[in-house]
Ligand binder design. Structure first.
Ligand code: HEC
Ligand code: HEC
Length: 427
């Protein structure tokens, strides 16, 4: 093993013109190497070391020299990737033209995939983005709140990411007119860069400074090849890391659902009429959805109009949501109105994961919405007896509840949840 590592080191010097020292990684599965600063290019003493390395290779071992090919040498031992990155472009069907599809450069999105799954980019080497955003759970976390480094518990339910490209329809503008992508339950991040910085640096999540993240990337054996493919050279910058993550997540699109198939089959652009591709029960659920849920959660074919609201979960709100950011009392309890694609897979529900299943969610809208200041108008109803506005309870009967649930379950994109392009590439 030692000899093998020695050879690898020697070859790396030849190929990159800088000096690498191997050290055993924390994770015994792979070892890292330290790259000297560009100013310390090959110096005489290093050339000696290089020669020593080569001698060691020829003398000591019968072990065949790895082919001096960066991919086989630097990437394949650690990652199950193809030399050529797959296509990550999102092609949306006609009925989803209200959303914009994502344009991703394959190698950039692929780099994003590796970053997304890389546990070494956290303080204790145990947490990656995917630790809280599980592909088979619509890129959300089946736990109520997620566990970060050193077993630290977070405070909110991890958000599903299966509709990231679709969020672009919900751009908001700041006071200077700059468009922002509102991210997080309270929309406090205006871009993937801000959101990812928060994930990397949050002590309850990955707990590293961005400079430390870049340093860890620089120490790895496989990133030079990936950066080279993605950006044409091996330079690791903050902006490139965020671009890669952004393009990877921006390709997570969930349009291969039974609902979308039924829309395509019917050649429909608006889900108004019953769809022959759905069962009568699912169609009844669709009607209920359009009646009671669509005003906030959207028509499922275009971005929703209301992108944040108070939906009457509790009074007072323990987590004030947007109110904690703006300090405006009327923002207390205001949270993102989430998209409902893959909703059957992303339990538990709401910002605090309070509802374990869809039955509990439907019961909330049927009987549980509480009276609280700031409750969204669509969840209020005029009480003729008192002359006040009360929380609206849909009082759905069991058949209606089952129908609504059946419809929500047609919104799952099974293909996206097992698509190898979004799976863990680490060996
Ligand atoms: C320890 C768990 C954890 C880790 C690790 C984590 N996340 Fe998250 N993620 C969350 C939680 C919780 C939220 C919601 C946070 C909030 O609203 O305050 C979230 C929200 C997000 C969102 C916002 C989605 C939306 O629709 O607004 C994105 C995007 C995201 N995470 C991507 C990432 C990326 C990229 C990484 C890795 C760099 C990462 N996450 C690491 C738990 C985690
Ligand atoms: C007034 C706007 C509004 C209406 C109407 C509305 N919702 Fe919501 N919905 C929200 C908000 C806001 C949240 C997030 C609240 C939170 O986490 O604090 C939410 C959350 C959810 C969630 C959880 C999503 C997740 O990722 O955790 C589901 C499921 C849901 N709603 C389904 C429905 C259904 C079904 C209906 C119709 C019966 C409906 N909603 C009507 C605003 C609304």
């Amino acid at each position: 093993m030692l000899v093998y590592r020695h050879c690898l080191g020697a070859i790396s010097i030849i190929r990159n013109g800088s000096f690498f020292v191997f050290e055993q990684g924390r994770n015994a599965k792979y070892f890292t190497f330290i790259k000297t600063s560009p100013s310390m290019r090959v110096k005489p003493v290093l050339i000696c070391l290089l020669l020593f390395g080569l001698l060691a290779c020829t003398h000591e071992s019968e072990i065949p020299l790895p082919q001096p090919d960066d991919f086989d040498l630097q990437v394949s031992p650690f990652l199950s990737l193809d030399r050529t990155a797959p296509d990550y472009t999102v092609q949306l069907p006609a009925h989803l033209l209200g959303f914009s599809g994502a344009q991703a450069k394959p190698a950039v999105a692929q780099l994003g995939r590796v970053l997304f799954y890389d546990k070494s980019l956290s303080k204790d080497g145990s947490i990656s983005c995917a630790s809280c955003h599980h592909q088979n759970a619509g890129f959300s976390d089946p736990e109520k709140v997620s566990t970060g480094v050193y077993g630290r518990l977070g405070t909110r339910n991890a958000m599903a990411l299966g509709s990231m490209p679709w969020l672009s329809g919900t751009f908001v503008f700041d006071s200077t007119g700059k468009s922002l992508l509102p991210l997080f339950w309270d929309h406090r991040a205006g871009s993937v860069a801000e959101q990812s910085t928060a994930a990397f640096t949050n002590p309850l999540e990955m707990d590293l400074q961005i400079s430390e993240v870049l340093e860890k990337i620089n120490q790895s054996l496989f990133y030079p090849w990936l950066f080279q493919q993605a950006f044409g050279d091996t330079l690791v910058t903050e902006a490139r890391v965020f671009t890669a993550l952004s393009q990877f997540m921006g390709s997570m699109s969930s349009q291969h659902t039974r609902f979308d198939q039924a829309m395509l089959q019917a050649g429909a652009t608006d889900p108004v009429a019953d769809l022959p591709g759905l069962t009568p029960q699912e169609n009844e659920g669709k009607t209920l959805y359009r009646l009671h849920c669509e005003s906030c959660h959207g028509g499922l074919t275009s971005p929703q109009k209301v992108y944040e609201a108070n939906n009457g979960l509790e009074n007072p709100y323990i987590d004030k949501g947007k109110g904690a950011i703006t300090n405006k009392f009327y923002d207390n309890g205001v949270f993102r109105v989430p998209m409902l694609r893959n909703i059957g897979k992303t339990a538990p529900y709401m910002h605090d994961g309070r509802f374990a299943d869809l039955d509990a969610v439907i019961e909330h809208y049927s009987s549980g919405v509480v009276k609280v200041f700031g409750l969204h108008g669509d969840l209020l109803t005029y009480n003729e007896n008192t002359g006040n506005y009360d929380p609206r309870h849909l009082n759905l009967d069991p058949t209606q509840k089952a129908a609504l649930k059946a419809f929500l379950l047609t919104l799952t994109d099974e293909a996206a949840l097992s698509d190898p392009r979004f799976s863990d590439p680490f060996k």
